[in-house]
Design a protein around this ligand. Structure first.
Ligand code: CP
Length: 321
């Protein structure tokens, strides 16, 4: 594996899940693989799970790790070419990236959508420069349009908890007070559509009008605007907020309607579904306390599987170096 930024990079999904379960059975079986290899993790945005799970995965493989928070202690980075750098940004990304690459073997990058330019966000302006200029394999730790380490962990979790060969999985929009990127829902849809193509899930997306995702991510999913109808017979409810994608509302909040909050009454419509969310989650907005604390909530094992998804990805990259 050269880079890991989309579902395409993981190849055969069933093989990836099998490898993940093998890694989970003995996560210290490959400690020699990462000896004298270094992972640098670059964060342009905050993180709890991604930071800890990816670092832990690298350590499980015997790697050294270094973490750089761009907002805390690093030089402010200019990302535009052709500018006169007379402002508050003393370093250009085009020097910083190859310098970072010279200190490591693999680079992890977290860089969210800025919502200033849809074209910049959907061309993955920052992530693609790391891929182009670092000379190293790059792992997306959530970029502007996708969060593949999360989606891989979600798929592993669904595999572990499913009670039928082809469970109904529902991605539901839920309200939030801030404008959030589409990376998690885009990516979840991309991975679920790939699983659906294998006949492994029945995938439905539900959201209020105006919250349509990009067609390349919706793919072959069924879109149902009636959340209650979507929940009927569901085996997994995956809640997430996202800001509008379609123009002229890109990056805007169109609704904070708490009628879309996942609550116990709505969960009774499902096939005793498991509740999933990538975390962090806003209680009372996305989901009620009762649902997230219920025995059907699998948000903690889902987060724990972030270590496993990251370990499979790093293991495959190390094997290809
Ligand atoms: N789910 C997830 O990526 O969590 P963090 O933002 O805390 O890394």
């Amino acid at each position: 594996m050269k880079h890991f930024t989309t579902v395409k990079d993981i190849g055969d999904l069933r093989a990836a899940i099998a490898e993940a379960l093998e890694v989970k059975r003995d996560r210290y079986a490959f400690t020699a693989l990462g000896r004298n290899k270094t992972l640098v993790m670059i964060f342009f945005n905050s993180s709890l799970r991604t930071r800890l799970s990816t670092q832990k995965a690298a350590m499980n493989l015997g790697m050294n790790t270094m973490v750089l928070d761009i907002a805390q202690g690093a030089w402010k980075l200019e990302t535009e070419r052709g500018v006169i750098m007379d402002g508050d940004k003393p370093e250009h990304l085009l020097e910083a990236i190859p310098v970072i690459g010279s200190y490591c073997d693999i680079i992890g990058v977290r860089s969210f959508a800025g919502f200033e330019s849809k074209a910049d966000d959907y061309s993955e302006k920052v992530l693609s420069q790391f891929m182009e200029h670092s000379g190293r394999p790059v792992v997306s730790m959530e970029a502007a349009t996708r969060h593949p380490l999360q989606s891989f962990a979600d798929l592993i979790t669904i595999e572990e908890y499913k009670r039928t060969a082809r469970p109904k999985v529902v991605l539901t929009w839920a309200p939030h007070p801030r404008a959030l990127p589409q990376a998690v829902p885009n990516s979840f849809a991309e991975w679920m559509n790939a699983a659906a193509a294998n006949g492994d899930v029945d995938f439905v997306i539900t959201h209020p009008p105006g919250y349509e995702l990009a067609t390349e991510f919706v793919g072959s999913a069924r879109v149902e605007y009636d959340q209650r109808k979507a929940f009927e017979g569901a085996d997994f409810i995956y809640a997430k907020n996202w800001a509008a994608y379609t123009d002229p509302n890109y990056g805007k909040i169109l609704s904070t309607d708490r009628a879309w909050t996942v609550d116990s009454e709505k969960m009774t419509l499902t096939n005793d579904a498991f509740f999933m969310h990538c975390l962090p989650v806003r209680r009372g907005m996305i989901v009620t306390d009762e649902v997230i604390e219920s025995p059907r909530s699998i948000v903690i094992p889902e987060a724990a599987n972030r270590e496993i998804s990251a370990q499979v990805v790093l293991k495959r990259i190390l094997e290809s170096l």
